[in-house]
Structure formats: structure tokens, C-alpha cells
Ligand binder design. Structure first.
Ligand code: ZN
Length: 191
């Protein structure tokens, strides 16, 4: 899925989560960062090379390229970029990192849900001929043959859903606040 939609779905998800139990602002910001990083980090080697070679515009050509239409890049840049893309789109890598963080903190670190949302959404919104998401990398480079997110009707439906969800969140915000503050006040008396 495109970066903006990843961020908006993650924000929507955390808005719901925040209604069930308070999530601090820093966690939400971290979650949003982790929801978009998988599509940003692999651009860095290309951007560095494009700037160093005096053709910064080549980065944009790469960023918006369709499969097979990418600009010619040095092998090292391609390898670095592909590795970053594959590692950050892998559920196996995310599981290992989540496990390590759990061991250190003795609890699940909520912002990791942002990363997980990116991985899960991308599995189904990429197709075999449109950058299939390597969800089991490095064990396998296989990717599910889903629906490419740049399909016009899907993009329209996706943003319509996001808009509708955003409106619903806004309209129900006051009720959610009232409900939350009443349950927060009631809690001590119930024990
Ligand atoms: Zn992605």
C-alpha cells in the first residue's frame, strides 16, 4: 500500500486502541514512524547515490518506478536497497525483533503494531507482478499474489474507506471521551 495510506490506517487503528485503553502520544508517534519506515528506509541508499552522482532526480524516478522500469543503479546500491526492503517487510524479522524487545521490556512494545500493520497490509496489497511482499524473508523471497494497491478502483475504495473511518472517528469522538472518563472515574470504586 502507499505510504500515506499506511500512516492513516495505523493512526486509525491507534485511535481505536486509544479508546479501549489510553495510549500515550509518544507511542502513537513511534507507531506511525514504524508504519511508514519499511517504505522509506530502502530509498536511502538510492537517494545517497543519486545525490553523490549529481542526479538527485534519479531517486524520484526510482521511488515511483513500476516493476522493470527502475533506473540503472550500481549493484551495491541495488543490493542495499533490496535488503532493507525485504528485511523490513518480513514477518519473520518482525517476530524476532518483537521477541527481543519483549525480552528486554518484559512486555510487548505497542508501537511495533505499526510495523506489523505495514507487513500484514502489504502481503495482500501487492501482487506477483507488482513487488510481491517477501513476508518470510530471509527463509524465502515468496510473496502472496494479492491485489496491487495502485489498481485505480482499489485506491478509490481505500481512501473512501479511510475518509469514512476518519469521519466516524471524529463524529464519535465526544461520546468516546465521555465513556472513557466515566469508566476511569468508576474504576476505583469497583475494587
Ligand atoms: Zn511496504
Amino acid at each position: 500500500m502507499d505510504i500515506l495510506a499506511h500512516a492513516l490506517w495505523a493512526r486509525s487503528g491507534f485511535a481505536i486502541l486509544n479508546r479501549r485503553s489510553r495510549v500515550n502520544r509518544a507511542s502513537i508517534h513511534w507507531a506511525l514512524a514504524l508504519a511508514v519506515l519499511p517504505d522509506l528506509l530502502h530509498n536511502l541508499p538510492v537517494l545517497a547515490w543519486a545525490i553523490a552522482s549529481g542526479n538527485p532526480g534519479d531517486w524520484w524516478t526510482y521511488a515511483v518506478a513500476l516493476p522493470g522500469k527502475e533506473p540503472m543503479l550500481p549493484a551495491l546500491v541495488v543490493t542495499l536497497s533490496q535488503q532493507l526492503h525485504c528485511l523490513l517487510h518480513s514477518a519473520l524479522v518482525a517476530a524476532v525483533i518483537s521477541g527481543l524487545v519483549y525480552v528486554v521490556r518484559h512486555q510487548f512494545w505497542l508501537p511495533l503494531l505499526g510495523w506489523w500493520s505495514h507487513i500484514i497490509i502489504d502481503v495482500f496489497t501487492h501482487s506477483a507482478d507488482f513487488y510481491p511482499s517477501p513476508v518470510f524473508y530471509p527463509v524465502s523471497s515468496w510473496g502472496f499474489d494479492g491485489l496491487a494497491w495502485n489498481t485505480t478502483w482499489f485506491t478509490v475504495l481505500n481512501y473512501t474507506a479511510l475518509t469514512g473511518f476518519g469521519i466516524w472517528l471524529f463524529v464519535t469522538r465526544r461520546n468516546a471521551e465521555l465513556h472513557h472518563s466515566s469508566t476511569t472515574v468508576a474504576a476505583p470504586g469497583q475494587t
